[in-house]
Ligand binder design. Sequence first.
Ligand code: 2PG
Ligand code: MG
Length: 431
Amino acid sequence: MEEFNPYRISNVRALQVLDSRGDPTVEVVVTTEGGGIGRAIAPSGASKGKYEALEIRDGDLKLYRGRSVLRAVNNVNSIISQALRGMDSRNQRLIDRRLIEIDGTQNKSRLGANAIVATSLAVLKAAADTAEVPLFEYIGGVQARVLPIPMLNIINGGVHAGNELSIQEFMIVPVGADKFSEALRIAVEIYKVLRQYIKSRYGASAVNVGDEGGYAPPMKYTEEALEALMKSIEGAGYRAGSDVYLALDAAATQFYNEDKNRYLIDRRELTPDELLDYWVQIVEKYPILSIEDPFYEEDFKHFAELATRLKGKCIIVGDDLTVTNMGRVKAALAHGSIGGLIVKINQVGTFTEAADVVKYAQTNGIRTIVSHRSGDTEDPAIAHIAVGLSTPFIKTGAPARGERTAKYNELLRIEDYLAGEAIYAAKLIKI
Ligand code: 2PG
Ligand code: MG
């Protein structure tokens, strides 16, 4: 008879639940023989990169208008469950490799990245639960104690909102704080002042929020939003450019017209070179810490040109360009395209692959930003992953809506758990 091993996986079960947009998604529950339980839910993006691992949906118009994920759920309950039962849940690397192998495709399209990511994270959580340590500590060991700087998307545009703003995310980055909890408080105060500002200028209906909890006012021009952020930071009693920075996710693939090779922004059509000059001007005028995806997802070259022009002034961040994929990240580094990197576990599909990318980026001096998706859930895993992997930043929306506050609240709990030992990343790195 085999020796009792509390970490051995006894059961893997999936079911269909809902995400923050009301779309079905995959939840996986992994149980170990020692009674540990890990539950994880796959998030889902709206502005997805072409090279992301593929979530699969049933496409049956009679079920959730084609959005149901029963095939992915069934893959977990049959193929994946059978492959993982009996394995040691601590063996994350081996388990993730097995998931990749039984899927057998480049982009995880057979079993579905949604099935795979929920399983991979549920295994991680089940092992941590069996060990009776918090997830961040299981990932990062007793040394893990750096709380990430939050990047809060408080004005939503692009495909996350029903307004005319081309840029998808207008973020604030509260670096002038001693603790994470203080940084979050500063962000909330600014968020509330912004609400008043928008209400007084655009009317009461303008304070409705977009997919990530940021306001989605009927603004037309980028600078309208940037001005609103500047006024709100000052109105709340903070200094823009020292206490609080701005950050942008352009998600430029979404406003790029490939046939014309033009970007549609601020009611104008710009060539890539004109857009480059535009970014330089904006950075001269406003304290912008980083710009994510300033060009469409294939243009390593313009990313690199912009990174050179803005060196020392603003970090160029890859998201759709790099999709948490080692090959793409290496290409971006070879081109000199990025100084920062968005990390989304579901872009690549497994925890191990994402953690390897973080390690590689950090070793090469690239700032890492663990990120939510626009369609997200109450699963707070990314808070633990950011602390566990010691990433300097986390991006998880406005300080509003349950699926966003789930992550911020978890970080508050981690800070509390660490008592006086937590360090706020802004105290550790050079901004
Ligand atoms: C992004 C993300 C998250 P989505 O582009 O960075 O903010 O959006 O999940 O829609 O890809
Ligand atoms: Mg992005």
